[in-house]
Design a protein around this ligand. Structure first.
Ligand SMILES: *Cc1c(COP(=O)(O)O)cnc(C)c1O
Ligand code: SF4
Length: 453
């Protein structure tokens, strides 16, 4: 049983003072006072990694979420501060050697670009297969993979209040414009939606769209409420602001304007769904977060939570059980447990699928039914979202039982299929069909889709 201390009561009486948003990037590591307690070698390692993978952290995360007594094992420190193992040894030493000389900014950028290109910057066919067309032209900043849901990447929403070291969208943050897929145009999005009555959900994502000023976000949301788009029932916003910068919903100068905007969506009869990203229950502890949740729920918005399972951060059934329980106590619905994607620092964070399933099972079996709503562990792979449903033995063969939660073809969804058990496999492309099959059932069709793109 998980026993959660009753610290999750909403602090209605407590007043919160505004806080200035102060943020550091890879060139400002030396200015972070808390890092002085970390030894010089670890700080150099950090510099090396931060020249390849994105780095950004704000003072709230440093002061309120990281337990500096527990560094380097502290999960939020691992979530936000670069660690040596996040680069492959060879890539690490190439950048370290360069930095020990007197490199020009150009030398650093060139090597960084080379090393980044080796890290599978755009997994799962994002740039080739998912970009929709309107009147023959590609629509940058829009992805349409599953029939009901369109993803929109507004150009001002392509940063975050801090960056996660594991981020699967890391390539968007390192300044290489060719790797970006953002759009400024609410008009393109709405024209596309008018032509696609099958779309019921629009997911505004990034980066973090809630780094945007309320007045900018308003342009996008109001466009979605216009006549002719009645088929769009749910507007989802993917965000980590709830735990990286909860002041966004409490004391920021446009916090009220933002909350009123969410209210207007609810009043239009649509659902505003905040898809919050929460990796560890510790992120929910500060009183300001609970106030932020209360303010958001008061607007009529629905809060859901999703996060990947990550070594060094949350690869523990107890941590997930507590996370889901605390979410439910706050009125947040657990939605997805993801498998770390095959990009960026994945080697450092990946957890074998067999272990991921054990952690999921261990967590689910410890919590109330209300906290069992997260599906997973789920891989967002090229053909779709594939969930590991279990490990079993069929006719003497150990197998993974898999299913599509979402598929490029909706017919693939919910059909059980089987892969040979492999205790080390960490991603779909490492799995082999079981029970004498030559290919997974969806593969011929998926290959035809790839050939057609
Ligand atoms: C996960 C995902 C969605 C949303 O799927 P739901 O199961 O409806 O949450 C939409 N588009 C892409 C590309 C996704 O990966
Ligand atoms: S908040 Fe989301 S998009 Fe931003 S760095 Fe973290 S995982 Fe990536």
């Amino acid at each position: 049983m998980i026993t959660t201390p009753n610290t999750l009561k909403t602090p209605t009486a407590q007043r919160f003072l505004p806080r200035r948003f102060q943020v550091y990037n890879e060139r400002q590591l030396d200015q972070i006072a808390a890092l002085r307690q970390v030894d010089a070698a670890a700080r150099f390692d950090m510099q090396v990694v931060a020249n390849v993978l994105p780095f950004r952290v704000n003072q709230y995360v440093i002061d309120e979420l990281i337990d500096w007594q527990a560094v380097p094992d502290d999960p939020i420190y691992q979530l936000t501060f670069p660690q040596r193992g996040m680069l492959e040894a060879e890539a690490f030493s190439r950048m370290a050697d360069l930095l020990r000389g007197q490199p020009s900014a150009r030398d650093i950028r060139q090597l960084a670009d080379t090393l980044r290109a080796e890290l599978n910057p755009h997994p799962a066919g994002q740039q080739t297969l998912n970009v929709p067309r309107l009147d023959g032209n590609e629509l940058p900043g829009v992805q349409h993979k599953y029939a009901e849901t369109v993803l929109f990447f507004p150009s001002q929403g392509q940063v975050c209040h801090s960056y996660c070291t594991f981020c699967f969208r890391w390539a968007q943050f390192v300044g290489d414009k060719t790797l970006r897929f953002a759009s400024a145009e609410a008009g393109d999005l709405t024209r596309y939606l008018r032509a696609h009555p099958e779309v019921t959900d629009v997911l505004i994502t990034g980066g973090d769209p809630l780094v945007m000023k309320a007045s900018n976000l308003k342009t996008y949301l109001e466009a979605l409420l216009a006549p002719g788009l009645e088929h769009v029932r749910t507007i989802r916003i993917g965000t980590k602001a709830l735990t990286y910068w909860p002041y966004r919903f409490v004391t920021d100068s446009d916090a009220d304007e933002l909350l009123r905007l969410f209210e207007r969506v609810a009043e239009s009869g649509r659902q505003l769904a905040l898809m919050t990203h929460i990796n560890h229950w510790r992120e929910l502890e500060p009183a300001i977060v609970r106030r932020a949740v209360a303010n958001l729920r008061d607007t009529g918005a629905v809060l859901r939570a999703q996060a990947p399972l990550l070594a060094h951060i949350n690869d523990d059934a107890e941590v997930w059980a507590r996370l889901w329980t605390d979410e439910v106590n706050l009125g947040i619905y657990p939605y997805y447990m993801f498998v770390e994607r095959d990009t960026g620092a994945r080697r450092y964070f990946e957890v074998p699928l067999a272990r991921a399933w054990e952690i999921y099972r261990g967590a689910v079996s410890r919590v109330s039914g209300l906290a069992r709503t997260a599906r997973g562990p789920s891989m967002s792979a090229g053909p779709g979202k594939v969930e590991v449903q279990g490990v079993t033995r069929i006719h003497g063969e150990d197998v993974f039982v898999l299913r599509f939660i979402q598929g490029r073809n909706p017919d693939w969804v919910q059909q059980p299929f089987f892969a040979r058990f492999d205790p080390h496999a960490t991603w779909l492309d490492q799995l082999e069909p079981a029970l004498g099959e030559a290919a997974f059932f969806y593969e011929p069709e998926y290959r035809a889709m790839l050939a057609g793109a």
